[in-house]
Design a protein around this ligand. Structure first.
Ligand code: AMP
Ligand code: ZN
Ligand code: FE
Ligand code: FE
Length: 295
C-alpha cells in the first residue's frame, strides 16, 4: 500500500518570528494531520525541546531543523539544516554568533527608523514579538510599525523601509553558504537551499548558482514551497535531479506573521509534501552518521 502520510519541514515559532509557541506549533501540526514536522526557526534552535515534547505526546514525529541566513553572491540566502545533533557544541556556538549579529542589526534598524521619522521604539518591537526578545526579526518591526499606524499594511513596511535594499535595511549575514554547510555537516545534519524562488532563478541561472553549492556539499533543495508555482517546482525538481540533491518541502508557516500560508497545505492548498521525502533524508543521515566528527 502506498504511503499517504504528509509532512511539513519548514515552519516558525515564537522562538523566532512565528506567532505560535512551540507547543502551539505541535498542536497545529496534529490538527493539520501531519505525520512529521521540522521547526525551522531563524538562526536558533531554542524552540527545541519544547516542540519535540509536545509533538511526541501527540504522535507527531519531529526532525531537528533550523533556517540560517547567509550571504550568497551579495544576496541574503536561507540555508535549512536538518537532522543535526541539537547538542553539538560548535554548531550551537555558530547559532549564538548569528543571533548576536541579528541583535546588532536590529539596533541599526531601530536607529535608522527613528532618523526616518518612523515613530516606533524598541519596546514596541518587543511587544510585537510577544515579549520574547530571543530572536527578533524584521516581521516584528513590520508589525510594530503597523500597530503604531506608521504603515497601512505589513507588506508596506517591507516595501518602504525593511525589505532588502530599502532605507532601513541592514544585512546581518556574516558567513557564506560553504561555512554553514560545513558546520551543519559537522553537526551530523543535511544542508538544504531554502525557497530558491526568492532568488529569481530560471533554469540556466539556477544551474550556474547550484554548481558551486553542490561542490561545497549542499545536500538538498526545497522544491515544494508555498510560493513556488508549478513551473518553479519543475525547475527545482530538475535541478535536484541534475545535481543529485535531496528534495525537501515545507510551508514556511509563521502563523499570524505570514497570513495566507497554512501549515502543511501552503497557500490555498497548493502544498502537499509526502513523507517519502523525509524517509530519503533519514536514509542519507543514517549513512552519514558513520563518518561524523565529534562536536
Ligand atoms: P530577518 O531574518 O529578521 O532578516 O527577517 C527575514 C524575514 O522577513 C523573512 O523570513 C520573511 O518572513 C520576511 N521578509 C523579508 N523580506 C520581505 C519582503 N520583501 N516582504 C515581506 N516579508 C519579507
Ligand atoms: Zn521568518
Ligand atoms: Fe526563509
Ligand atoms: Fe522560513
Amino acid at each position: 500500500m502506498s504511503d499517504t502520510r504528509i509532512i511539513d519541514l519548514h515552519m516558525h515559532s515564537t522562538a523566532s518570528d512565528g506567532s505560535l509557541s512551540p507547543e502551539e506549533v505541535a498542536r497545529a501540526a496534529k490538527k493539520a494531520g501531519l505525520a512529521a514536522i521540522s521547526l525551522t526557526d531563524h538562526d536558533t534552535i531554542a524552540g527545541y525541546p519544547r516542540v519535540t515534547d509536545a509533538a511526541r505526546a501527540l504522535g507527531v514525529e519531529v526532525i531537528p531543523g533550523v533556517e540560517i541566513s547567509v550571504n550568497f553572491q551579495g544576496q541574503s540566502m536561507h540555508m535549512l539544516g536538518y537532522g543535526f545533533d541539537l547538542a553539538h557544541v560548535r554548531f550551537r556556538a555558530l547559532l549564538e554568533e548569528l543571533s548576536a549579529a541579528r541583535r546588532e542589526r536590529n539596533e541599526k534598524i531601530i536607529a535608522r527608523l527613528r532618523e526616518l521619522g518612523v515613530p516606533i521604539v524598541w519596546a514596541d518591537v518587543v511587544r510585537a514579538a510577544g515579549g520574547d526578545t530571543g530572536n527578533i526579526g524584521r516581521p516584528h518591526f513590520a508589525n510594530a510599525m503597523l500597530a503604531k499606524g506608521a504603515v497601512k499594511t505589513f507588506q508596506a513596511a517591507f516595501d518602504r523601509y525593511l525589505g532588502d535594499g530599502k532605507p532601513a535595511y541592514f544585512p546581518k549575514e556574516k558567513t557564506g553558504p560553504e561555512f554553514a554547510i560545513d558546520l551543519i555537516h559537522q553537526a551530523g545534519g543535511l544542508a538544504v537551499f531554502a525557497h530558491p524562488v526568492y532568488h529569481g532563478f530560471d533554469l540556466s541561472s539556477a544551474t550556474r548558482a547550484f554548481a558551486p553549492l553542490k561542490a561545497a556539499g549542499l545536500d538538498g533543495v526545497e522544491v515544494y514551497y508555498s510560493d513556488h508555482t508549478k513551473a518553479q517546482r519543475e525547475i527545482y525538481l530538475s535541478i535536484a535531479h541534475r545535481f543529485d540533491l535531496l528534495v525537501t518541502g515545507g510551508s514556511d508557516f509563521h502563523g499570524e506573521n505570514n497570513k495566507g500560508v497554512e501549515m502543511g497545505s501552503g497557500r490555498n492548498g497548493n502544498l502537499r509534501v509526502p513523507y517519502d521525502l523525509l524517509a530519503k533524508m533519514k536514509g542519507h543521515l543514517a549513512a552519514r552518521s558513520t563518518v561524523r566528527s565529534p562536536g
